[in-house]
Design a protein around this ligand. Structure first.
Ligand code: GLN
Length: 303
């Protein structure tokens, strides 16, 4: 497939939507990002990578990191994590507290903030440095050793992190965190602050398209666990818009409030799109539209 031509067409199609929506302001360090940026990249399973627009401009990965920390927990600790976090869509905003009380401190899924905090806690127990483990996976799979934390973004989120702190303390009260809350929050904010571009993220997600095989051909995840991550991305990766995302895009996808989305075509390729203006549910407006157009043009969806 001539990915570059497809991506040019996708970029032209979504141009009128770029800048529609709001950049995330609740993390002050993200409020100054250019709302008019747009980039998209495709990484083929055989290593080819193609992109257009601002595909080489770094951005804050935010919740996209949750798919990678989950993969590491499954790789290092197996399926025990599913006793502490569910696999059902929440139908609620990503930072919601409401279901935790009814469900005894067990978050609905690993991609809402509550679930991601449990995953980070488990990764901290398994590795002793959850943030560094996630960063190392990003560096290794993208092949870019310069991928780094943006500690200013992490600190900015920490200074405005009352909601995440509330989620963490509430789950700790049910015994669903093993590490102390400040440690879990610190590693969570650092993993969210990782800065990458579309090219690096598309490459880094390649193991999800290769049924668990890393870029160097070794296995990160058994096929079963790779399937699990993709399935939960499809049903929960875009929060309370996951139904709409599945219906429009038809791929496992994980979004972040930095405006990025990683989507996976199992067996074929990984796509990363970035445009910072978000819809009210925290997903990139132009990003979702671009993926919708990409899968409609190419037929590369799971449906
Ligand atoms: N770090 C952000 C938060 O915890 C991530 C949210 C997101 O990208 N949806 O609020």
């Amino acid at each position: 497939m001539d990915y570059e031509a497809v991506l040019e067409e996708v970029a032209a199609f979504v141009r009128p939507l770029v800048g529609r929506g709001q950049v995330a302001r609740y993390i002050p360090a993200l409020a100054c990002v250019d709302a008019n940026a747009f980039g998209i990249a495709v990484a083929d399973v055989d290593g080819g990578v193609y992109g257009v627009g601002d595909w080489q401009t770094p951005f804050s990965v935010q919740s996209i990191s949750k798919a990678f920390s989950l993969a590491l927990v499954l790789a290092e600790g197996g399926d025990m994590i599913w006793e502490r976090v569910g696999t059902e869509p929440s139908g609620n905003p990503f930072n919601s507290l409401v279901q935790l009380e009814y469900e005894n401190g067990i978050p609905r899924n690993p991609f809402i903030n509550a679930g991601a905090l449990v995953v980070t806690d488990r990764l901290q127990t398994l590795t002793g440095d959850a943030g560094a483990a996630t960063l190392e996976l990003m560096r290794a799979e993208s092949g870019n050793r310069d991928v780094r934390f943006d500690l200013e973004v992490a600190a900015s989120e920490g200074d405005n992190g009352d909601r995440n702190a509330a989620l963490a303390y509430f789950m700790a009260s049910y015994g669903n965190l093993d590490n102390d809350v400040p440690t879990v929050l610190d590693h969570y904010f650092r993993q969210c602050s990782i800065e990458m571009n579309c090219r690096d993220l598309a490459l880094a997600g390649g193991f999800l398209a290769r049924h668990g095989l890393r870029a160097d051909g070794t296995r990160l995840l058994p096929r079963r666990e790779a399937k699990q991550v993709n399935a939960v991305m499809l049903t929960c990766g875009t929060y309370d818009a996951a139904g709409d995302f599945a219906y429009r895009v038809g791929l496992p996808g994980k979004s972040g409030v930095g405006g990025g989305i990683v989507a996976v075509v199992p067996g074929r390729c990984t796509i990363c799109v970035w445009s910072p203006a978000l819809d009210p549910r925290g997903n990139s407006v132009a990003g979702v539209a671009a993926l919708d157009h990409f899968t409609s043009l190419t037929g590369l969806s799971v449906f």
